[in-house]
Design a protein around this ligand. Structure first.
Ligand code: NAP
Length: 463
């Protein structure tokens, strides 16, 4: 079946692509494996020149790439522009930092010289999601390529134009054939690729179900894996927080990327004294949002990525309502006028969601916030940790020390004080529990698919 690029704002089919045959995909794996043999021998300086070119090109064609993102998956243009600029920064960060991050590490032992060499491991498979179609690929590929590995990408099937454009970008910047390759394959074929001897490891960013399947295959074949999965991040508001600031941050934290970010704030946990005012302010701001075309400057909220995503979200919210949740605002598809043709969903706030409801522990991947009222800080921590996920989270308080103590008790991979979770090239990104394992970005990100090899320099007389 052909791969279709569909504009979620109006349902228009923008382009179609033919998937690779099995033979073509396996040939691409061989080429990436062969390319590793020579790519690993190149110097950091050689790789750096190309990577800086790639960074510059992202900036040069920022608008073109950003429009492609907006058209293909519905991200507001301003955010898509930000995504491309951030990709340029990540490429620069690893171009400039890789050599130092991967420098030999001397070991302190008596009677010998010993060190750890950071050696690349081979051709890697990246299975990527559509929600940040350039950023997800760049954050996986740039550190690994700078490290001397080669990358094959199976991108989400709803963003084929972005997938193709990223491959072209690497080629245009001079990366040899096989160093970065786009695989137009269905997800059913991922297991075969992981099982191939020529693949050294796999990284998946996506849902729990996809993660479990990829990790099982990697385990079976004794391959290294990294999983960046979903989240249900808590946004904790303590009684001394600045409410105006908190409300602004709540809207930003939940509605970023039309509500489709793994680290979006999803569960708003507010202590009793502030709860009523918070809910009032949050509702007012959410109700003032303008839904529309992501290319239009006046739009606050675009469509979801696909019609399927909007249908899924509507079904999840309805299940919550049926189980007893209260709809404060929104609660259904947005269908007025031109919105009817697109994958739009009303910005929504739910309350009275309880742990016995099936949706309590599900990630709602769209503009839907759940607000919980708790009596104090201890109850806030307990509720925040009552989740199978553990990706990010936020704590709001005028007292940084108090917020820090709360942050240290939250079982997630990242906690931010007085702001929603964010991604930054210099900081590690990743989760715990069902949000996955391993880290991307920072020095930790470049070390995931590296053989930390011990070299022990014995003297000829040693035995
Ligand atoms: P998804 O359905 O899991 O898809 C992600 C990728 O996995 C796509 O390329 C998809 O291909 C592929 N895939 C799906 N099922 C697979 C399987 N059984 N075996 C192998 N590959 C499979 O996730 P999504 O809906 O695109 O993305 C949203 C999810 O990603 C959310 O849960 C979000 O929180 C999470 N996410 C996490 C992070 C993070 O850093 N932790 C970042 C962004 C998103 P097809 O498109 O062809 O199905």
């Amino acid at each position: 079946m052909s791969i279709r690029s569909i504009n979620p704002t109006n349902g228009e089919v923008l382009k179609t692509f033919e998937p690779m045959t099995r033979e073509e995909a396996m040939q691409a794996v061989s080429t990436a494996h062969d390319a590793f043999g020579s790519w690993r021998q190149t110097s950091f300086d050689y790789r750096k020149k190309m990577m800086l070119k790639l960074s510059a090109r992202l900036r040069e064609y920022q608008t073109e790439y950003a429009k492609m993102i907006s058209l293909e998956m519905g991200k507001r243009l301003e955010e898509a522009m930000g995504e491309i600029e951030y990709c340029a920064h990540i490429a620069e960060f690893y171009a400039n930092g890789a050599e130092e991050f991967l420098a030999d590490q001397p070991m302190d032992v008596e009677d010998a010289d010993a060190y750890i060499q950071h050696a690349p491991i081979g051709a890697l498979l990246g299975v990527m999601p559509w929600n940040f179609p350039f950023y997800q690929v760049i954050r996986f590929a740039t550190p690994n390529i700078m490290a001397g590995n080669t990358c094959l990408i199976k991108h989400a099937s709803c963003v084929p134009q972005c997938a193709k454009a990223i491959e072209k970008l690497f080629t245009q910047c001079g990366f040899p054939q096989g160093v970065f390759t786009n695989l137009f394959i269905p997800s059913e074929f991922v297991a075969t690729i992981i099982g191939d001897d020529k693949i050294a490891g796999v990284s998946l960013t996506g849902s729990e179900a996809a993660g479990a399947s990829v990790a099982a295959e990697a385990g079976k074949n004794i391959k290294r894996s990294v999983l960046e999965l979903g989240g249900n991040d808590a946004f904790i508001v303590l009684d001394d927080a600045d409410l105006d600031q908190v409300v602004k941050m709540a809207v930003k934290g939940r509605m970023v990327n039309n509500g489709q970010s793994c680290v979006a704030s999803k569960r708003f946990i507010v202590v009793e004294p502030l709860a009523e005012s918070f809910l009032e302010g949050f509702k007012k701001q959410v109700e003032s949002m303008t839904l529309g075309d992501p290319l239009d400057d006046s739009t606050d909220l675009g469509p979801l990525s696909t019609e399927g995503a909007a249908v899924r979200l509507a079904e999840q919210v309805q299940r919550s309502i049926d189980a007893g949740a209260t709809v404060v605002t929104g609660g259904g598809r947005a269908t007025e006028g031109a919105l009817e043709k697109g994958a739009f969903y009303q910005p929504t706030i739910l309350t009275d969601v309880t742990p016995d409801m099936p949706t309590f522990d599900e990630e709602l991947f769209g503009p839907v916030a759940t607000v919980y009222v708790v009596k104090d800080e201890a109850e806030a921590i307990e509720l925040a940790n009552h989740s199978s996920y553990g990706l990010g989270g936020s704590v709001f308080s005028a007292d940084i020390e108090r917020a820090r103590k709360v942050a240290e008790q939250i079982d997630t991979g990242m906690v931010f004080i007085n702001r929603p979770t964010k991604s930054q090239a210099e900081l590690p990104f990743g989760g715990t529990k069902n949000s996955g394992y391993g880290r991307e970005l920072s020095q930790l990100g470049i070390l995931e698919f590296i053989n930390k090899k011990l070299i022990h320099l014995g003297k000829p007389s040693d035995s």
